[in-house]
Design a protein around this ligand. Structure first.
Ligand SMILES: NC(=O)c1ccc[n+]([C@@H]2O[C@H](COP(=O)([O-])OP(=O)(O)OC[C@H]3O[C@@H](n4cnc5c(N)ncnc54)[C@H](OP(=O)(O)O)[C@@H]3O)[C@@H](O)[C@H]2O)c1
Length: 237
């Protein structure tokens, strides 16, 4: 696996983000994390806690983290369910507050981070950004329905990534900004839905991290603006 000398993982407290951080640490990279969570004891990583209470504090976290000049940036924030709500099976379960919360965590937070990153992305040669999305956010691929708030928010996230990739490319054609489906991964996010999965579909966070880092290694500017599967194949929007 090729090595990124410096990597920034936003939403780095996520199970997938932590596994990416561990793998990159083993590979000898400088690891920076932005997370709502406080730094673990004895962390060898640069850790910036962002309580997500103001846009200014997020901006400051980004400014500090960019001092490590990351060549790769992952954005891992995403919520499918929480203590208050499971994904909707029917539109009759749609709750506007739940939809607003999913749009906030899955689109608005990544959008604010990308806005803060824009100057850096526009001037940094070969910089790569991988935003963790989901295949269920593909409108073309949607054959089952359900999961309204999550699907809507991930579809909007895909549009955000496409838009930013176009704007950055005008200033920095060597950049690559993609949305990536990590594959079904054994984390609290997927835990309630793992029972009926086809055998072999569920990956550990460590396996997913390795796959995502292989996707990162394969990225070229021609991929920018696409939605990629965990094996680097292009998924339809
Ligand atoms: N697991 C899967 O099977 C699967 C499948 C498809 C897509 N994904 C996507 O992969 C990404 C990582 O998922 P994961 O499985 O590692 O899940 P996870 O462990 O539950 O992590 C999700 C992370 O999102 C951030 N987050 C949580 N609530 C938030 C809020 N209200 N506002 C902003 N950020 C919030 C947190 O980051 P901090 O703790 O660092 O603040 C949290 O650790 C997500 O975008 C998810 O949609 C996962």
């Amino acid at each position: 696996m090729s090595m990124s000398k410096s990597i920034l993982i936003i939403g780095g407290g996520s199970h997938i983000g932590q596994a990416i951080a561990q793998q990159c640490s083993i590979d000898g990279a400088l690891v920076s994390v932005i997370s709502r969570q406080s730094a673990p004891d004895h962390s060898a990583w640069f850790w910036y806690q962002d309580a997500l209470q103001s846009e200014d504090s997020s901006q400051q976290c980004i400014e500090h983290a960019l001092q490590q000049q990351p060549e790769t940036i992952f954005i891992c924030n995403g919520v499918l369910h929480d203590a208050n709500a499971m994904p909707e099976k029917t539109i009759r379960q749609l709750d506007s507050e739940q939809l607003a919360q999913r749009l906030h965590s899955n689109v608005i937070i990544p959008a604010q981070y990308l806005r803060s990153l824009f100057g850096y992305l526009s001037r940094t040669p070969q910089v790569k950004v991988l935003v963790l999305s989901a295949k269920v956010g593909s409108i073309t691929d949607n054959r089952l329905g359900g999961w309204y708030s999550y699907r809507i928010s991930k579809a909007a996230l895909n549009m955000l990534v496409k838009n930013v990739s176009l704007e950055v490319a005008r200033l920095n054609p060597s950049a690559c900004i993609v949305a990536v489906h990590p594959g079904t991964t054994d984390t609290p996010l997927s835990e309630p839905f793992q029972r009926n999965l086809p055998q072999g579909q569920l990956q550990t966070a460590e396996q997913t991290a390795q796959r995502l880092l292989q996707v990162r290694d394969a990225l070229t500017p021609e991929h920018s603006g696409t939605l990629l599967n965990w094996d680097a194949s292009v998924l339809p929007f």
